[in-house]
Design a protein around this ligand. Structure first.
Ligand code: ADP
Ligand code: MG
Length: 758
């Protein structure tokens, strides 16, 4: 049945047909009636059409304000009616709660249970929410729950569902593309083992001079030793810091230099009550309880002469894009899918479906306006705002950064123009401001994405002054610079002209925008590039064409980077998934370890005679689970070292991604050798105890979760692993790929050999 016929059928069923079954048209018809009854609105055909595509697992493009929230309800009910659980992944916590509250009456009428989770939800609330058929929450919260279960030792306290099913991702390009690489991290607060040595290392580095002995990579904020620096380090510490044994020292050295030269007090962290408190880069607020990863925390403590308290260890992480992939079924919706169609298809296997707007779009989108420099550009933007303010026409300005927002706001204030500034600090506050951005005379300045998902109604939330605002030309949107992707510009433009409203958008750029200098517009534009200052907009068609081409180059680069990264990260995803699954099985008792029975039979006999057998088995499972956590920490450290160094293999003419994958497999496999041994050691220690309870399993005293704004961040403290190969004299180590006969067998069997069965 084609979609049109199906929609007609649904509406026909809704007006008196048999809607008792669970076929898609019957559930939709029931839902249609439930919406009319509870919300007092009639779903549009476009919404049904979008919902049908969601059911087909597609990426649905539907413009802002067309009613995607409701479309998702139809798809969710259809899945739920057929026994499948649904997570609706929202853009932020505010929207999770809003959409849940807004749509709950429909679900109630449908007899579908629904819940929501936000950052504020406690363990009991989360556990309860995940039992519902439909859950509204952010990918971030869901991902953190997934990670938290991995460091939890009490199955009763685990909250995340064992089996995931369908995720409907709202504002999908944000999670699946723009933020796809952001890792969610869980770290444990492990007691520092060597409190004095970091302070000593820090003190010994006083002769190291920036740019002579070490360099800072501006982009990753990472610190590297120069050759001179490496020589000096060898003198100072009297050992080869590039040997395998020297690696921990090198890590400390780099961390100390970074703490000294890169991290700034009151910007990256504050010192209060003899403690280091981090500042969250996203919100600018103090992040209580969070510590810097790895050696960096003790290094910063050493910098301020504090007592060295702890070493933050990353215990688990997952990038948002992989988290989304944990769901066997995904569907998505966004106002801007078309521009990322290829990527949705290539990386997620999601075909894109474009739903036309219900009413024709009455927004005027002006082409790119180019200015000579930032000053000229800001002057033009300010004058556009002044003009709108004069006419009391609402303006929404989309800036590149919080600083730019503040800068513009300061200028406006000197001119006596009141404005609201949004800066991604508080979802709820932001939603309130953005919902008023269409009011008569409103001037709203916001960074890119702030307030996404919240409707901007002309004439205010109650549309009281809609007529006035419409006469003034509707909402005016100003984008202040060219972004890395045209999707972001499109998102901004889409803020105006909702549901057939009148509106206008202008898009400013200047020759000194970051993206223009990065991609060398002056080279691309050649003689069209102005050599002397021009005032006002530059009206050179060729220059504008090249500038727009830059955006496409940048989009292509970002896409390549994301697909390239996948070549490196897929393997870790596989290993993590296996490790998580096995660990959970050990803890909930669905799998019993037989490591002692197999690898230390005599000791085991002794223990079995001394302790209760069931309790002993439980203890064995618990100990193995904790060793898996420990192993996973080491694995993350190791792969991080590896990733920093692996690009060097390119020099030797090898494929770095392939090398990386082989090295990860080897390391993962090595657990099969080391874990039985360590288990036997633990059993010996256990035998020394008079009771099972006396033996304490090492678990982190506290854990905390955070987001990193860049994959590179987590590796900032990691030194290069230089024993991947010798740069001057490549000595290819025997590679498994050269022995294809042996490789496949060995690769499969890690957990099989570790657990005695697959
Ligand atoms: P989107 O997520 O696509 O930007 P929303 O789901 O936030 O859009 O809905 C935008 C607005 O449209 C909301 O104010 C909502 O109440 C309204 N709306 C949605 N569907 C309908 C409908 N069928 N009839 C009337 N109003 C609707
Ligand atoms: Mg929405």
């Amino acid at each position: 049945m084609d979609k049109k016929t199906l929609i007609a059928k649904i509406k026909e069923l809704a007006t008196g047909g048999d809607t008792s079954g669970n076929s898609i048209e019957q559930v939709f018809a029931r839902c249609y009636n439930a919406v009319e009854k509870t919300l007092g609105i009639t779903p549009f055909d476009e919404q049904l059409s979008a919902a049908l595509s969601l059911c087909d697992g597609m990426m649905v493009q539907m413009q802002t304000g067309e009613g995607k929230t409701l479309s998702a309800v139809f798809a969710a009910c259809s899945e739920a009616a057929n026994g499948g659980a649904v997570h609706i992944l929202t853009f932020n916590d505010y929207l999770a709660k809003r959409d849940y509250e807004w749509m709950k009456p429909v679900y109630d009428e449908m007899g579908v249970s629904v819940g929501y989770v936000t950052e504020k939800s406690d363990t009991a609330e989360r556990k309860d929410a995940y039992k519902r058929q439909v859950v509204y929450l952010t990918a971030k919260e869901a991902g953190f729950d997934y990670l938290r279960d991995f460091v939890c030792f009490d199955p009763e306290k685990m909250v995340f569902p064992e089996q995931l099913n369908l995720a409907i991702v709202d504002e999908a390009d944000s999670i699946l593309i723009d933020e796809a690489r952001i890792p969610l991290v869980i770290a444990g607060d492990l007691a520092a083992e060597d409190s004095s040595s970091t302070a000593q290392v820090y003190a010994k580095l006083s002769d190291f001079i920036l740019d002579e002995h070490f360099e800072i990579d501006e982009e990753s904020r990472n610190v590297y030793l120069t050759d001179e620096g490496a020589d000096l380090a060898e003198d100072v510490f009297g050992c080869d810091i590039y040997s395998e044994e020297g690696a921990p020292l090198l890590a400390k050295v780099c961390a100390c230099l970074k703490a000294r030269a890169v991290l700034k007090e009151d910007k990256d962290y504050i010192v209060k009550d003899e403690h280091i408190t981090l500042i969250d880069e996203f919100t600018g607020r103090a992040a209580i309880g969070r510590v810097f990863p790895g050696e960096l925390q003790p290094a910063v403590e050493a910098k301020h002469g504090l007592k060295i308290t702890s070493r933050g260890r990353i215990m688990g992480n997952i990038a948002l894009q992989y988290f989304a992939r944990l769901y066997p079924k995904i569907a998505g919706m966004t106002g801007t899918a078309e521009l990322a169609r290829e990527e949705f298809d290539a990386l997620y296997g999601l075909p894109t479906d474009i739903i036309p707007t219900r009413l024709p779009c009455a927004r005027t989108d002006h082409p790119l306006e180019m200015y000579f420099d930032r000053e000229e550009k800001h002057a033009a933007i300010i004058s556009a705002i002044e003009e709108a303010a004069e006419a009391q026409r609402p303006v929404l300005v989309g800036t590149e950064s919080i600083e730019e927002s503040e800068e513009l706001a300061a200028i406006l204030r000197t001119k006596g123009i009141e404005c609201s500034v949004l800066n991604a600090k508080n979802d709820t506050e932001e939603a309130a401001i953005i919902s008023r951005a269409g009011e008569k005379g409103a001037v709203t300045i916001s960074t890119n994405m702030a307030g996404r998902g919240v409707d901007i109604k002309l004439g205010g939330e109650d549309c009281r002054e809609k007529e006035f605002v419409t006469d003034a030309g509707g909402l005016l949107v100003l984008a202040t610079s060219m972004r890395e992707s045209s999707r972001i510009t499109r998102q901004l433009r889409g803020r105006a002209g909702r549901q057939g409203d009148i509106g206008e958008s202008r898009f400013f750029a200047s020759l000194d925008d970051g993206i223009m200098t990065k991609y060398e517009l002056h080279k691309l534009a050649g003689r069209h590039y102005p050599t002397e200052k021009v005032s006002g907009a530059i009206d050179d068609k060729s220059l504008l064409k090249e500038a727009e081409r830059i955006q496409r180059i940048s989009e292509g680069d970002a896409f390549d980077e994301r697909s390239n990264l996948m070549k490196y990260t897929m393997i870790g995803e596989k290993h993590r998934e296996q490790t998580f699954r096995r660990r959970k099985a050990l803890l909930d008792g669905s799998y019993n370890a037989e490591m002692w029975q197999t690898h230390a039979p005599e000791l085991y006999e002794e223990a079995a005679a001394k302790f209760d057998k069931d309790a002993l088995q439980k203890k064995q499972n618990l100990i193995l689970a904790s060793l898996l956590n420990e192993f996973w920490c080491d694995y993350l450290d190791y792969t991080a070292y590896l990733r920093e160094g692996i690009h060097l293999t390119q020099v030797a003419g090898r494929n770095p991604a392939e090398e990386y994958n082989i090295a990860c497999e080897e390391y993962y496999d090595s657990a099969a050798d080391s874990i039985p041994e360590r288990m036997a050691e633990k059993l010996e220690a256990l035998l020394d105890c008079s009771s099972l309870d006396e033996y304490k399993v090492a678990v982190p005293t506290k854990t905390y979760t955070y987001l990193l704004d860049d994959m590179a961040e987590e590796f900032k403290t990691k030194p290069l692993l230089l024993n991947v190969f010798d740069e001057e004299e490549p000595q290819p180590k025997p590679r498994k790929t050269e022995e294809p006969a042996e490789k496949p067998e060995k690769k499969k069997g890690f957990f099989a050999s570790l657990f005695g069965k697959k």
